[in-house]
Ligand binder design. Sequence first.
Ligand code: COA
Ligand code: AMP
Length: 653
Amino acid sequence: MPPAGGLPTNDEEGVLAMTGRYDEVHARSLRDPEGFWAEAAERVDWYRRWDSVLDRSQAPFYRWFAGGVLNTCYNAVDRHVERGRGDQAAIIHDSPVTGEVRTLTYAELRNEVARFAGALRGLGVAKGDRVIIYMPMIPEAVVAMLACARLGAIHSVVFGGFAPQELATRIDDAKPRVIVSASCGIEGARVIAYKPMLDAAIDKATHKPEACVVFRRPQAEATLVPGRDHDWDAVAAAAEPADCVPVAATDPLYILYTSGTTGQPKGIVRDNGGHAVALTWSMANLYAMAPGEVFWTASDVGWVVGHSYIVYAPLMHGCTTVVYEGKPVGTPDAGAFWRVIAQHGVKTLFTAPTAFRAIKREDPEGRLIRDHDLAGFRALFLAGERSDPDTLQWAEAKLGVPVIDHWWQTETGWCIAGNPLGIELLPVKHGSAARAMPGWDVRCVDASNHEVPPGDIGAIVCKLPLPPGALPTLWNADDRFVKAYLTDYPGYYQTGDAGFVDEDGYVHIMARTDDIINVAGHRLSTGAMEEVLASHPAVAECAVIGVADSLKGQVPLGLLVLKAGVDRPHEEIVTDVVKLVRDRIGPVAAFKQAVVVERLPKTRSGKILRGTMQKIADSQPYKAPATIDDPVILSEIAEALGAVGYAKAGTQS
Ligand code: COA
Ligand code: AMP
């Protein structure tokens, strides 16, 4: 299907897609990665070119563009002003609940970023220092990120839906000199006060930041702690604008914490050089965007999708990016996305399938689409969770543009497998994230690291070295990086996803191989939730599984075994643990249900059979593993889950 809005043609800046068909482009990227990415690096401005495109000397720690010197903020902002885009919109902030629409041109963005960078410098922030950003979807969040990049400081954005305890964990790991926050966020119809959560997190944390900067919004007051807290407007007004600080390509740009299998999140490190090259490449070649066009990612700056495709990639490519502080439904209705696309001339939308499931549920006929002129809309990209074929086909039929599922992770920073619209739109196979992107050598292997035949299920791994943009390591945790990603499948990066690669090379991602679940496109650790449940005084043992949900894809469900002698009503304990998870991890965990059981099914070596319980809950056929301690427990579990609306037709095969 050709894109309705037409594809851009090469412009005078020559920043559009590489020529050639997908097969040739991908083959070349693996045959000659250095040549391939050196060519892509021409689209980035460097103060000093690299000594080696790929430094393999410290393998498995690979370094892209070693010796190169650049500044990511310069590439995202200043160079566009210098080359005539000063009056073009860089950011359109659209906040449907407050009714605010605000545009910042590239020139305005440069001035705001330079000033705020000066303010951070005034508070002692220098190259290599960490700054935590805990902010809602307002342009100041983007300004704060870019200001850090400008100084060579390392930002770590924490999603607003996390509770103070999670923020405290990140403060203790990143040890920020400064924290930047806001008085509140707008979450659907609610005003969420951020400042009390920030104060509580700093109280809980062992590390104390030297200063906090708070952007005060009219919807909520924020009390500033004298000597520590500063008002954004006041510090920015008093600051001298700061210039871009040259940094090494291999210096960290940011740390982004993501769920691991325990309560201790992993600090994914992103470098400056590889990131700039890969993301700029992706805008033209994957997303088919030309500079000057409007790109909209409906996500949050707290997630990797927001880092890459709300902030860095569109700006580095000279596009206009939409910062949307609303929901797909309820702000005010299921036509919100169509209104934004039409009003701001959006060419390409990127969001999670769950957003489309929410819209489809409220407006199954897509009637609200007809109220808006979407003639210029070119393509929809979906990621964050598997695109179920129903939702994908619904979007195709209602929008009449290519709908592209693409697969990636916080770790990779950009797409591993997708359909490169800028190069060639490959035939779409519903349920598959299409083909490996250049630089990605995707394989499907068995437990002994042998490739399985096409179509067979296995672990999805990527041959090393990974392309630019992917994580070089974990923050202050090289050993954990090697252990978590590079040890089980020597020579490969372990994605943690399972699925298959079919005979046409299409990648199908089906499930996680670890304890991570995907709730409304948000990645959550069941292990972290179990740690919280286990801390309840009545709970002897517990498990958390992800059960199928028609809106969010999955939602967590807790199974609790109580300590002997506990005689409180079960409902009270369930209410307690639901509150506990909300208080400790945050509302984003969407943990709303738990059930008390007599015992948990385990193998003889004591491993809890979470996968089997998940199948039972989802009414799928399941098999009692040969190593099970006592198969009778599975029937007890089916009964307990049946009582709370799951395990309708679970059959033991
Ligand atoms: N600050 C504070 N709370 C937040 C928050 C934030 N930034 N983001 C979410 N929350 C809260 C929600 O209000 C909700 O709270 P509740 O339990 O009191 O209702 C809870 O966290 C769970 O949020 P979510 O799972 O997003 O559910 P939802 O019902 O609010 O919305 C969707 C469901 C599908 C509409 C929403 O998830 C969505 O728009 N997703 C698509 C885009 C996206 O974010 N993708 C992520 C990565 S690409
Ligand atoms: P995150 O790191 O939060 O971006 O989550 C990454 C995980 O989300 C991946 O490891 C997958 O399990 C899942 N995921 C993301 N995109 C897709 C997709 N297009 N298809 C299937 N799973 C996906």
